[in-house]
Design a protein around this ligand. Structure first.
Ligand SMILES: [Zn+2]
Length: 193
């Protein structure tokens, strides 16, 4: 499958908003096996509004630029709920000397704190580079409703190793501002050589 193409997998219908009920029964929120998968044409889903996706991806790119300024691998992420950014983060593995301090992990933790609940099924994660398997696992645990990423990462990305890591109802869009996201990474690693 060519990565330069924008691919959208999506499920019809809004995901139920469970994030606004902190303290609710966790068991009820676990994935069940009776999901009905109905695939919708792209234009029937507001989530596929490319201009909106690009706007939030630019915010993720701004986070990536902050990482770059700190000599970190330039990856940034924002979490959006109801058109508002509820969490943001960039890679901080060098600064924190912590291999788990990826952009997505920072943004998920921040979003859960600002929403007041651990499940992010009503949220969209924008991240400049395809999540790794660690982050894909965290994204799955958070039940993130939608994931939008810019550049593919064939070496470390989850698609190669754990393509089913996300919540079964999550939708995925790739290739938003792909060139800009990838260019930032190329510039960084070229400078390192
Ligand atoms: Zn990661």
């Amino acid at each position: 499958m060519r990565h330069s193409q924008r691919l959208t997998f999506q499920i019809v219908g809004p995901l139920p908003c469970r994030t606004a009920q902190p303290g609710g029964s966790a068991d009820k929120n676990l994935p069940t096996s009776d999901f009905s998968f109905t695939f919708a044409p792209m234009n029937q889903n507001q989530h596929t509004d490319t201009a909106t996706d690009e706007r939030f991806m630019r915010m993720a790119l701004a986070e990536a630029a902050e990482a770059l300024a700190q000599d970190e691998v330039p990856i940034g992420a924002v979490v959006v709920a109801d058109g508002m950014v509820v969490g943001r983060g960039h890679n901080l593995t060098e600064t924190l000397r912590d291999v788990t301090a990826h952009a997505e992990m920072q943004a998920i933790t921040a979003a859960a704190a600002s929403i007041g609940g651990k499940y992010l099924d009503a949220c969209t994660l924008y991240v400049t580079v395809e999540p790794c398997i660690m982050c894909a696992g965290a994204i799955g645990w958070s039940q993130m409703g939608r994931i939008v990423y810019g550049a593919p990462d064939p070496k470390r990305g989850f698609q190669t190793y754990a393509p089913r890591a996300f919540h079964p109802r999550a939708s995925v869009t790739q290739g938003i501002l792909e060139e800009e996201c990838a260019q930032l990474m190329r510039d960084f690693f070229r400078r390192k050589r």
